[in-house]
Design a protein around this ligand. Structure first.
Ligand code: TYD
Length: 207
């Protein structure tokens, strides 16, 4: 099996974390000797700081939206070098729950797509990006059903804006020649995974 960098993207509540786990398990069961399951915000120092900052609701300490593009880009540099490129270099398949497409979608709302694209210039493109398509209404239902803290991107109006932003991101990335596919994420987990598997198989088994 070839070492590949695969990214799963989509709105909060669209099922990305579940599908990353499914994909990693499938890769391991089908001959990948080394599979790296990872995510952004990462588990490194900048990523951990971002998770804390996203959950902060105190007016005195809460970071403004225009700070986040820099934080996510700094985390990405660290995550790419320390986890993704390191894994690919030793022959692993690397699957990431989110990557720069999340910044291009979420941070473009406050900073604009052009500025966020500039900040993310030069990061290695994935070999395949899968965008999970699910309506903001269903995403919000799932977010509310699972409980937990709502972060600043999880209001319905915001989710709708992010959905529209993802549409622009897909167009931009395809224009740059990147492999980006959209998958209908409204079915059950198996149905969604089957679509992902159909896109990943030719990529990892290609000679
Ligand atoms: P996520 O991993 O989806 O959250 P959870 O811990 O609930 O599974 O990511 C946290 C949030 O960060 C999510 O709302 C999307 C957002 N995000 C950005 O705004 N920009 C980025 O570049 C990334 C990677 C994530």
């Amino acid at each position: 099996m070839l070492p590949r960098f695969i990214v799963i993207e989509g709105l909060d509540g669209s099922g990305g974390t579940t599908q990353v786990a499914r994909l990693c398990a499938w890769l391991a069961e089908n001959g990948a000797r080394d599979v790296v399951s990872t995510r952004e915000p990462s588990d490194g120092p900048v990523g951990r700081f971002i998770r804390t900052a996203l959950a902060d609701t105190q007016p005195a300490t809460r970071l403004a939206d225009n700070v986040f593009p820099y934080l996510f880009a700094a985390d990405r540099r660290d995550h790419l070098d320390r986890v993704v490129l390191e894994g690919l270099g030793r022959g692993a398949c690397v699957v990431s729950d989110r990557y720069y497409h999340s910044s291009l979608a979420y941070q473009s709302l406050s900073a604009g797509l052009h500025a966020v694209a500039e900040l993310n210039h030069g990061f290695r493109a994935p070999d395949l990006t899968v965008v999970l398509d699910l309506s903001p209404e269903v995403c919000l239902q799932r977010i509310l059903a699972r409980g937990g803290t709502r972060d600043r991107f999880e209001e319905l109006a915001r989710l709708r804006q992010v959905r529209d932003a993802y549409d622009a991101v897909v167009v931009l990335c395809r224009t740059r020649g990147e492999a980006v596919v959209r998958v209908d994420a409204s079915g059950d987990r198996d149905a969604v995974f089957e679509q992902i598997r159909a896109h990943v198989s030719p990529l990892v088994f290609a000679s």
